[in-house]
Design a protein around this ligand. Structure first.
Ligand code: ADP
Ligand code: MG
Length: 709
């Protein structure tokens, strides 16, 4: 019985997968051959989209969607809020006889006009010019989303202003992919590849998240309004037993994960791996990699579904980088590589990387790019949530360094001495049990502490913020590598001695950019000191990181047509404003909880204690009530300090709010004033939690939330 059920469910998965996607197979089946061909040319080779095919595609899309129950369509876009936006229109179109038909024109497919005035633009769009446009991105397939309210056709789009400036994440991402492709193709041509039409960057983002019981979540204003706990003392049990990581998954969680997988598969998201993460109540989901654009869209869908499906299971999904202080936070591991359009991975070393010149050249391009543009990578991972991880003595460190492993580090050493002649081998793993199969050993161990690690045939950028879109990290990666590749191509195309020039380039990188390579423990204090000696930037906060967006180095975005100066300035403003708003909300939420929840509960308990003491004294005048009195004294003292810091924080917030106009100055004040005072207020609040009777405590505790379900 059970076997049979499993078999049929396997069969179901293959039909289920992508069933809500207007994918290649559906297009092939439903579009006239010439339309299909023209569209494919745009999707696969980046050829300009022929607008005349839009009507045909729109009609096929509509028929397909309606057959599957859709009543509405929406242009789906990614404004700079970090989340996606959608505005639904129905397919209905009135007829003269008072009825309606279902229509969807090419014009509606290609272009939308949402009011742009309420999305962040960082000054790009004056308020009188509210016009914004969404443009169909045919390189990411349209899909259907179903929920209790019905079925809607989602069309991935780019979002720009009336004057053509990008107001979203997707537009510069697509531009960066084109820039990388253009430069990488130049290199491939030099190596005799005459057939590749594009080079794509591929991404597999591993997504970490927390799940807690919804009932607890709803009782915590801080989680509801800010995504993280602003108070909460450490639970007696943390993650020291290391029993959660890869531990057996609880039934309630696995039911959630199962539904999440199913819904993602329907949308063509290749959800592949799921497991418990290091912290209690923390989990991870990893898809199989896709082109960067699709991977970015899919990551947004994944985050969206993670939240929605959690609610159906009485759970809440927390995507914040640091929902619980003192407990491991969440990140995203952005696995990134580049491949020719035939799938040939350009970062695949082969078995003897030392004589794989093309690989070494691409590898060195990435090394140089990461070293020389570390500040740009750093800002791509910066947000207020990630400030609790990066640079806060936690994983990963704020210093960008690169893990290469023994084999490649050895080759880089050889290159710096003139040329590489050998590759260290992995060999066979000795387990010492003859019945176990011999396992070939990887040529390199793993390193979990590196923010940027080579992992076999790809790089893993591990700083990325768990709640943010992966667009910016990949825009930066694509652009910095495009820039270095363009420098290399310039030299090689003009070289009299091609091989000699390559040798020179490899040696230069091995010598000049060696400082970025670090295979040791990235969490250690020694590394911080060593990195400083090497001159590597250690940018500890979001506010400090943001200026990279308008720095000299950011000019490469303009050079490669990824972001104009105006667009960079707008992103700089949006990032600063976002920081200010977030800390302001956190501070106000904290004050509200302090004054209306923690303080009253603490005062109540002090009254209970005081009347207990009086009652005992009355009943038994000789009784020793020193314990109760000591407790009462500690409690009232702490209440006093807590109350004092409420006033301090209130004043600092007021001061901060007056700093309008100069966003940089205000952001700095929020970081150095408001955020700091919040930390002090928290220590007193958390102390109160350890004193006050748990029956009177108004908030679910860390133990409740992390262990009790
Ligand atoms: P690891 O165990 O080293 O983290 P996995 O094989 O589990 O590696 O892969 C982690 C993620 O990296 C997955 O999402 C996977 O699809 C992705 N990945 C694998 N190869 C590539 C590649 N060439 N480009 C981008 N991502 C990749
Ligand atoms: Mg990994």
């Amino acid at each position: 019985m059970v076997m049979k059920k499993n078999c049929s469910s396997d069969g179901n998965i293959t039909t289920l997968f992508g069933s809500n996607v207007f994918n290649d197979a559906v297009m092939k089946e439903r579009l006239p051959k010439s339309t299909y061909k023209a569209l494919k040319k745009t999707i696969d080779e980046g050829a300009p989209l022929d607008p005349s095919i839009a009507d045909i595609v729109a009609n096929a899309m509509k028929d397909w969607a309606i057959e599957k129950g859709a009543t509405h369509f929406t242009h789906w876009f990614q404004p700079m809020t970090g989340v996606t936006a959608e505005k639904h229109d129905s397919f209905i179109s009135p007829t003269p006889d008072g009825k309606v038909i279902m229509e969807f024109s090419g014009k509606e497919l290609i272009k939308g006009e949402p009011d742009a005035s309420s999305f962040p633009s960082g000054g790009l769009r004056a308020t009188f010019e509210a016009r914004g446009y969404t443009a169909w991105d045919c390189t990411s397939p349209a899909f259907l989303k179903e929920d209790a309210a019905g079925v809607t056709l989602f069309i991935p789009t780019a979002f720009c202003s009336y004057t053509g400036e990008a107001l979203d994440q997707k537009t510069p991402l697509l531009r960066s992919m084109e820039a990388l492709s253009k430069q990488a193709i130049r290199i491939l041509r030099l190596f005799g590849n005459t057939t590749a039409k594009t080079v794509i960057s591929t991404v597999g983002p591993e997504q970490e998240y927390f799940l807690i019981d919804k009932a607890f979540y709803e009782k915590r204003k801080d989680l509801v309004l800010t995504g993280r706990t602003l108070f909460g003392s450490k639970p007696p049990k943390g993650q020291e037993l290391e029993d959660h990581y890869f531990g057996s998954i609880k039934e309630r969680i696995s039911e959630y994960m199962k539904e999440l997988d199913t819904e993602l598969w329907k949308l063509g998201v290749t959800a592949k791996t799921k497991h418990n993460e290091v912290a209690p109540a923390q989990y991870e989901l990893a898809p199989i990699f896709a082109t960067t654009n699709v991977a970015t869209d899919h990551n947004q869908l994944t985050m969206d579904l993670m939240r929605k499906i959690a609610a159906r299971h009485g759970l809440t999904c927390l995507l914040h980088e640091k929902p619980f202080a003192g407990v491991n936070g969440s990140g995203k591991h952005n696995n990134w590589s580049i491949a020719a359009d035939d799938g040939d991975n350009l970062l695949s070393p082969g078995s003897t990387p030392h004589d794989n010149t093309r690989f070494l050249l691409f590898l060195c391009a990435v090394i140089k790019a990461v070293d020389e543009y570390a500040e740009l990578l750093r800002v791509s991972a910066a947000n207020p949530g990630n400030d609790h991880r990066l640079g806060a003595n936690e994983a990963p460190p704020a210093i960008i360094s690169m893990f290469l492993g023994d084999q490649l580090t050895d080759i880089m050493d050889q290159l710096s001495n003139g040329g590489a002649t050998s590759s260290k081998e992995g060999g066979i793993l000795e387990i010492g049990v003859s019945t176990l199969p011999p396992l070939p050993k990887d040529s390199t161990d793993r390193n979990r502490t590196s923010p940027f690690a080579f992992t076999g045939n790809k790089f893993e950028f591990r700083m990325v913020a768990s709640s943010a879109s992966i667009a910016l990290p990949n825009i930066v990666l694509n652009t910095i590598v495009a820039e270095v590749l363009s420098q290399i191509a310039d030299r090689l195309e003009g070289a009299a001695d091609f091989n000699g020039e390559i040798k020179k380039i490899l040696k230069e990188v091995a010598v000049n950019n060696k400082r970025i390579i670090f295979n040791g423990n990235g969490y250690s204090d020694e590394w911080v000191a060593e990195a400083e000696k090497r001159g590597l930037p250690n940018i500890k906060s979001t506010v400090a990181a943001i200026s990279a967006l308008i720095s000299e180095k950011a000019k490469i975005f303009e050079k490669h047509g990824v972001l104009s100066h105006k667009e960079l300035e707008s992103r700089y403003e949006i990032a600063l404003e976002g920081y200010i708003k977030q800390i302001n909300i956190e501070a106000l939420t904290m004050l509200d909880m302090a004054k209306r929840q923690i303080l009253p509960a603490s005062i109540d308990y002090s009254t209970v204690l005081a009347s207990n003491i009086n009652t005992i004294k009355k009943a038994l005048p000789a009784a020793d009530v020193s314990a109760q009195e000591g407790l009462l004294k500690e409690l009232t003292d702490t209440i006093g300090s807590f109350n004092k810091y409420i006033a301090v924080l209130e004043k600092t917030v007021e001061e901060a709010q007056e700093l309008e106009g100069d966003t940089l100055k205000a952001a700095k004040f929020y970081r150095d004033g408001v955020f700091k005072d919040m930390g002090v207020l928290r220590t007193y609040g958390d102390k109160l939690e350890t004193i006050v009777d748990s029956k009177l405590w108004p908030l679910p505790t860390y133990s409740d939330m992390l262990f009790l379900f």
